[in-house]
Ligand binder design. Structure first.
Ligand SMILES: NC(=O)c1ccc[n+]([C@@H]2O[C@H](COP(=O)([O-])OP(=O)(O)OC[C@H]3O[C@@H](n4cnc5c(N)ncnc54)[C@H](O)[C@@H]3O)[C@@H](O)[C@H]2O)c1
Length: 424
């Protein structure tokens, strides 16, 4: 069916949603008879836009735009993070929710895909204002979230404290403590050991496996990381532990370089304090120079659309590990493939976070908590098995790992859609 130009599912040029739609188009030839159901992948099931008004500390009233999108619920309740960022739009949240659908299916978790966000720069809010905004937003989206409906988690600029406020607000509104309504909570509120590091650990595990398959020795391998928050810094820490050298790091404050490899613990401390450029004695380089730095592994772990065609042409990396969601635009994907650069796509590479979120949700329901070793072992096993299956699919059809991940996932999603049948 032709999409109407005014429809909200029509992508704006170069948007993340447009990137997602073109990724879906590439999977069509491999879906066989399930193709009949494929339109379902191109339309979010449900999108809620809410006004979030709060009284600021100075007495004025501020309004923020909030969203919660449930892209697909065929395989289970919605799952996906909440982002606080000034550039958040409905279209961005739609793309992020769709990638969650694909990601959860890639690692075979019993979830659909969802995502939320508020258009705000949280760095400009006091703690008091941040708490009020989080609580009001949670109350507004309370219509559609719940432990069996849709379970939010942290994403850019949200953390375990925000999840604690969300859990408390939902529990107050429903009249019973509902730890299972969000994941990424503090440990003593039903959080899981290993959750904070899980996404970065998943990036490392998939990176380790991919490096092994292409004969890249991690000992001495040079790693460049964009985004040094939860995902980027933990991935960097684990690669450094495995003997790699973290040579270039970029965050929102700028880019630093060290050909001998950074002391990652010190860089993390500086990153948390005032950004990576505050590391004493660090050599600062131009932000654009980050993209052609001498490196073997490139980890984009900040925001969407960072690996452009131009940057894909100049990267020296042999392996790109997508810690961020949607960091590579479709044209850049093709250029990387032509240049023989292997890309481990976001929908499997950063699935470690949602996998341990699933462990957290299961532990909350059973009120029985696992050790960190058990969690890390199970995470490793799930990620390696999923990647092996995706690799076999890529070999079988001679397609990229991204299209192979979409093939595995979309088959699972559309088979569930078909088996459930259309209501009514
Ligand atoms: N946290 C998770 O569990 C999780 C799971 C899956 C995917 N992701 C994805 O990983 C990415 C990072 O998430 P996070 O949780 O680490 O966020 P975070 O807020 O902890 O860190 C974000 C980092 O990106 C940097 N950054 C922001 N804008 C930048 C810019 N213009 N240029 C360079 N650096 C910039 C920030 O300085 C910060 O270091 C996002 O795409 C997110 O969707 C996160």
């Amino acid at each position: 069916m032709q999409l109407n130009a005014l429809s909200f599912v029509q992508p704006t040029p170069t948007s993340a949603w447009g990137t997602y739609l073109s990724q879906v188009d590439r999977v069509m030839p491999y879906l066989g008879k399930l193709q009949r159901w494929s339109e379902t992948l191109k339309r979010p099931k449900r999108a809620l836009i809410v006004d979030v008004p709060i009284e600021l500390d100075n007495g004025t009233i501020a309004h923020f735009e909030g969203y919660r999108v449930q892209h697909n619920l065929s395989r289970g309740p919605g799952k996906g993070g909440v982002r606080f960022h000034p550039d958040v739009t409905l279209e961005e949240v739609m793309a992020l929710s769709a990638w969650m659908t694909v990601k959860c299916a890639a690692v075979n978790l019993p979830y659909g895909g969802a995502k939320g966000g508020i258009r705000v720069d949280p760095k400009k809010l006091s703690m008091n204002e941040l708490e009020k905004m989080t609580r009001r937003y949670t109350s507004e989206i309370g219509l559609i979230i719940g432990p069996q409906q849709d379970i939010p988690a942290p994403d850019v600029n949200t953390n375990s404290q925000i999840m604690a406020w969300m859990m408390d607000t939902y529990s107050m509104n429903t009249g019973a403590t509902a730890t299972g309504v969000v994941t990424g909570k503090p440990i003593h509120l039903g959080g899981s050991l290993g959750r904070v590091k899980a996404t970065g650990r998943g990036v490392f595990v998939t990176g380790r496996e991919a490096a092994r398959r292409i004969g890249l020795d991690l000992r001495g391998a040079r790693v460049a990381v964009q985004g040094f928050g939860n995902v980027g810094s933990i991935a960097a820490e684990l690669f450094a532990e495995a003997g790699a050298k973290v040579v270039a790091v970029q965050d929102h404050t700028g880019t630093v370089f060290n050909g001998d490899g950074f002391d990652v613990a010190k860089l993390m401390e500086a990153g948390r304090r005032e950004g990576v450029v505050s590391l004493a004695g660090a050599e600062r380089i131009d932000n654009e120079a980050f993209w052609d730095v001498e490196c073997d592994i490139l980890i984009p772990a900040a925001l969407e659309g960072q690996v452009t065609a131009e940057r894909a042409r100049k990267t020296k990396a042999k392996l790109v590990l997508e810690g961020a969601n949607g960091p590579t635009v479709p044209e850049a994907d093709d250029i990387l493939a032509e240049r023989g650069v292997l890309v481990v796509p976001d929908v499997i590479c950063n699935a470690g976070g949602v996998t341990v979120s699933y462990f957290e949700w299961v532990q909350d329901f059973s009120s029985f908590f696992w050790t960190e070793d058990e969690i890390n072992q199970r995470l490793d096993q799930i990620m390696v098995n999923a990647l092996n299956h995706i690799w076999d699919t890529a070999d079988q059809h001679k397609i990229s790992l991204r299209t192979a991940t979409f093939t595995v996932s979309c088959e699972r999603i559309l088979a569930a859609r078909q088996e459930r049948g259309l209501y009514p």
